[in-house]
Write a protein that binds this ligand. Structure first.
Ligand SMILES: [Zn+2]
Length: 429
């Protein structure tokens, strides 16, 4: 049997890991990671981690999952021994055990994929992100689409995205939750077939030559391969074993939904610009010319991040980064409450999508602490302002200013070591 990338993650290894992280108690206090005690207390008090009010299961999303995310779109990970070297043969060796595990993982992905389906088929606004993208790329889209309406082009490109995109789990670099590769050889991951061979041998193969000679802008060459971080896979495995608490599970589902949609934005943009096209900045408020961030910012008016970038998806609280006005002004960062996340998983939120948008149920702006005054008690949260290092401060020191209901409560300084361990000290407040 081929070496597995799927969670044959030895039961033992999972066990060890879970033992470290969930240490013989389901109590929240033992699990709050990577924050100082005062901060821990504050984020728990405001419902960013830990318990939050239950909802009736009948109220949760139960919609069909979009074709793009269906089970058959998820393929086995990039395990060298499981990749065939026959250039025209199937990419992966038949591996029923791994497929069976992928079935299990997919079951666990369902809640997140239901939300992702709602997010990409958003009806909360008159103009969708996809229409805006097509408009922005109008000049490079090409003659074959010249006589089509923007909406028809969106539909045509989504058809391509739905039929060509594949998903898999694999290890990603630190701080990268997912990534999308342009794959001009119809999911024949030629480069991977030749992993381990000297570069000269790789580059001499017909498939590699085809890859290297694909002209920029070729749409027929765009076969998006979306890689989700193997941390997600690990977490879904833990979820399957019922080892996640309710809040961990919800954060996992939410982050996963945002991450897959972020990547779909890349896949769609790829169809607009064609092979190797540079992504454009769509809005003045986009943090950078990055289609995934552009989608996140369009939908949520901010980006969703883990408080600690290197934490696995279920560990700690999530934060939103919101840019007010044009970038590159520094973003405001604040914790995202569990109840706000929970609302996204409710049928009612989507049944009245436009009203939800108006009421601030779909964006982060409604969560920001009011700058001054006002009766904002029901929506204002613990906000953390991150002050990035300047010449005066040490390179890896961050300063956090905690605000509660708009007023500064405490100020912290955080120092992180190379190995990612951080120390937070309260120094004012
Ligand atoms: Zn991206």
């Amino acid at each position: 049997m081929a070496k597995q990338i799927l969670p044959h993650i030895a039961e033992k290894e999972l066990q060890d890991q879970a033992d470290v992280e969930l240490k013989d108690t389901p109590q929240t206090s033992e699990r709050l990671p990577l924050t100082g005690p005062v901060l821990n207390e504050m984020i728990r008090k405001h419902g960013m981690v830990g318990e939050f009010p239950p909802v009736d299961e009948n109220e949760l999303l139960d919609n069909e999952i979009d074709e793009i995310f269906q089970r058959q779109k998820w393929v086995l990970g990039l395990d060298e021994e499981n990749i065939t070297v026959d250039e025209d043969g199937p990419l992966f060796k038949v591996d029923p055990a791994s497929e069976a595990e992928l079935d299990i993982l997919w079951e666990q992905m369902v809640p997140g994929l239901r939300l992702a389906t709602k997010l990409i088929n958003d009806v909360s606004r008159p103009k969708s992100f996809w229409v805006e993208t097509v408009e922005a790329y109008k000049d490079v889209i090409g003659e074959e689409y010249a006589n089509m309406t923007t909406k028809k082009i969106v539909a045509a490109f989504f058809k391509l995205v739905r039929s060509r995109t594949k998903f898999l789990f694999r290890w990603q670099e630190e701080n990268v939750g997912a990534s999308t590769a342009q794959n001009p050889n119809h999911l024949r991951l030629v480069a991977l077939r030749h992993l381990g061979q000297p570069a000269s041998a790789r580059e001499g193969t017909p498939a590699m030559l085809k890859l290297l000679n694909t002209p920029k802008g070729t749409r027929s060459a765009c076969w998006p391969t979306i890689s989700m971080h193997s941390d997600f896979q690990k977490c879904f495995s833990l979820a399957h074993q019922k080892r996640l608490t309710r809040d961990q599970r919800l954060r996992l589902d939410f982050q996963f939904a945002v991450a897959v949609c972020h990547e779909v934005a890349h896949a769609f943009t790829m169809m607009c610009g064609g092979y190797l096209a540079k992504e454009m900045k769509l809005h003045a408020s986009d943090p950078e010319a990055e289609a995934g961030y552009a989608w996140e910012d369009f939908f949520f008016a901010g980006l969703t991040m883990q408080f600690r970038p290197w934490a696995t998806p279920y560990k700690g609280p999530l934060i939103a980064m919101v840019w007010i006005g044009k970038t590159p002004s520094p973003p405001t960062k604040f914790f995202i409450p569990m109840q706000w996340i929970q609302r996204l998983f409710l049928k009612s939120t989507w049944k009245h999508a436009r009203a939800s948008r108006r009421n601030g149920f779909l964006d982060y702006l409604s969560l920001m602490a009011a700058p001054s005054g006002g009766s904002e008690e029901d929506r204002v949260l613990t906000q953390i302002e991150f002050i990035f290092p300047t010449e005066d401060t040490k390179v890896d020191t961050l300063v956090y200013v905690l605000r509660e209901y708009g007023s500064v409560v405490e100020t912290y300084e955080e120092q992180c070591d190379q190995d990612g361990s951080c120390k937070i000290t309260k120094f004012q407040g």
